[in-house]
Ligand binder design. Structure first.
Ligand code: FAD
Ligand code: DLZ
Ligand code: SF4
Length: 507
């Protein structure tokens, strides 16, 4: 009995289900295909990361004596689709069995389900066991991450003492909101210069994907499990202790702050989520990191990441069509260039084009908030987030974008929209100092665009928000405003929206 075992580009884990029971005579298939490199205009750095990690994973398997069929992007026989490559390998090798692990994305799962005789195994690399989320969600009117997270803490016994949360409290969110003082400089993360395998991939991507967004300059991502683990150790030692305090802070020229940068290697399969949580927990136990940092980090992995994945699979394919706020605008061109006078947007977008990275609050409260307030179409916004971040795969990108940032899912991920004016951005960052716009102004020609857009957003959706207790306050504040003030705000917003409708140049 021989088996052909498919490993996808984001399934690069030694314990991946498709490799369970691997026997002599079996072949492991990895395929670089244009279908996956081009279904959205992925950032060059993201394509390079995935292909370099695939090549290193294949080389490690081969070094263990495993028969690997590795299809390169420029192989003239390459059919350029995953299903096509399974069929081609299968007709050449005539295996007795075809085995794969359930893909992370609905789109790829649908394609693989169409391959006759392919056994699709559950992906066991997540902390919620198969079926767990569906069981937890069944019968609930609303799903809230906080309650799911508590169940996950109990299930895995993470940060628990005698059945109670360590520190007597489940969530230290309120202690994650400090602004970065001018005299604290976050340490530069450990980086990983390309070896010869990665250098070859970089040349390939530069030549084949020249028209894709983003830069390959200074590519230094970890592309093996060993380097990913070393990058994480560097986070534990140097950034985790401050991660809690400054989790929501933003500062110009400081793209990584105290964040872990684990999303890209974790989503590729190079790191294990429970190992990360246990390692962070051990830092608290050893007195090397405070509870607000450790709980904050664990909440993201054990709570948010698992909750988001559960929402995706529970609500797809319908989720991808949701547009609860009927948003219709096209994405202004500055999302791809960073060329805007709004300093917060310029910072978040230009670091994204440079590194394929922005941290959560930049994604949610800068680019996401702007898209929400301006009424950009969720399809366009989804495509952007999926394309530009090196950690982006639809299962995690879409509920974050359509749900958390745009509220287009009508409230499945979050009970209220994360809408904010410039005051929030000014409180959490130093962007407004040195911006061409004045954050204290709302209606003048150089007033911060977020201010008028915020009130216009509340006014446009007041009927819907009046019924939401968590939005009642801004709706009441809008109604308390003098009619002249309301009119001036709406006129300023109309001017900004017209510029956006014309592509955004000059904003
Ligand atoms: P840290 O801040 O150090 O957090 C630790 C880890 O927790 C992350 O690596 C990630 O694995 C997990 N995590 C944190 N927040 C979330 C979340 N909301 N959902 C899922 N996991 C989370 N994350 C992705 O992995 N891929 C995406 O495509 C993606 N798209 C996003 C789009 C939008 C609009 C928003 C608001 C968030 C998105 N996120 C996405 C979540 C989050 O912003 C990133 O995981 C995080 O910024 C990655 O940086 P980090 O590894 O330094 O994270
Ligand atoms: C993201 C990506 C890219 C850019 N290229 C490939 C590839 O050439 N071959 C492959 O197997 N996987 C690739 N991937 C990852 C897939 O898109 C990913 O497996 C699906 O999005 C499912 O999560
Ligand atoms: Fe952004 Fe407004 Fe501050 Fe400028 S003033 S950085 S546009 S929030």
């Amino acid at each position: 009995m021989s088996a052909l075992r498919l490993v996808l580009g984001d399934q690069l884990s030694r314990n991946i289900a498709a490799l369970e029971g691997l026997a002599p005579g079996d072949t492991v298939l990895l395929a670089e295909v244009l279908g996956e490199c081009g279904y959205v205009p992925h950032h060059k750095r993201k394509i390079a990361l995935v292909l370099a990690a695939m090549r290193h994973f294949a080389a490690a398997l081969a070094a263990r004596g495993v028969a690997v069929r590795y299809v390169r992007l420029d192989d003239p026989e390459n059919t350029q689709s995953l299903a096509g490559e399974i069929l081609r390998a299968s007709s050449e090798l005539a295996p007795d069995r075809l085995i794969a692990t359930m893909p992370g994305e609905y789109r790829v799962a649908a394609a693989l389900r169409g391959v006759a005789g392919l056994e699709l195994r559950e992906d066991t690399r997540f902390l919620a066991p198969p079926g767990y989320f569906a069981g937890w969600a069944a019968g609930k009117q609303v799903l809230r991450m906080e309650f799911f997270y508590r169940e996950m803490r109990r299930l895995h016994g993470v940060l628990m003492a005698g059945g109670q949360p360590v520190g007597g409290q489940w969530n230290f969110d309120a202690e994650n909101r400090r602004k970065l003082p001018a005299d604290i400089a976050p340490p530069a993360p450990r980086r990983f210069p390309p070896d010869s395998i990665t250098a070859e991939v970089l040349a390939l991507v530069a030549a084949r994907f020249a028209d894709h967004p983003g830069s390959l300059e200074g590519f230094d991502e970890p592309v093996t499990a060993r380097d990913a683990a070393s990058g994480f150790q560097d986070f534990l030692a140097h950034r985790l202790p401050m991660f809690g305090d400054y989790q929501d802070a933003m500062a110009a020229g400081t793209p990584f702050m105290f964040h872990s940068l684990v999303a890209a290697p974790l989503n590729l399969g190079l790191l294990d989520p429970l190992d990360l949580c246990r390692a962070a927990e051990a830092e608290f136990a050893a007195g090397r990191a405070p509870l607000n940092a450790v709980e904050g980090f664990i909440r993201q992995i054990l709570g948010w990441r698992e909750f988001i994945r559960g929402v995706y699979w529970r609500h797809m394919p319908d989720y991808a069509t949701r547009n609860a706020l009927a948003a219709t605008r096209a994405l202004p061109a500055f999302y791809w260039t960073g060329e805007t006078r709004m300093r917060c947007m310029a910072e978040a977008i230009s670091q994204t084009m440079r590194h394929g990275y922005a941290h959560h609050i930049q994604r949610l409260m800068i680019t996401g908030n702007f898209a929400l307030l301006a009424g950009l179409h969720p399809d366009a916004v989804d495509e952007w987030y999926l394309a530009v971040y090196i950690d982006a795969y639809e299962w995690v990108e879409m509920p974050n974008t359509r749900g958390m940032a745009l509220h287009a899912d009508g409230g499945i991920v979050g009970s209220k929209p994360y809408a904010a004016s410039g005051a929030y951005i000014n409180r959490m960052s130093n962007y407004c100092t040195g911006c061409a716009y004045d954050v204290a102004e709302s209606t003048s020609p150089n007033a911060c665009p977020f201010n008028a857009l915020y009130w216009d957003f509340i006014a446009r959706h007041e009927a819907r928000f009046a019924a939401n207790p968590r939005m009642a306050m801004p709706v009441r504040s809008w109604h308390k405003m003098a009619p002249e003030r309301q009119a001036a705000l709406r006129a300023r917003a109309a001017t900004i929206l017209e510029v956006i409708d014309n592509g955004g140049a000059g904003l």
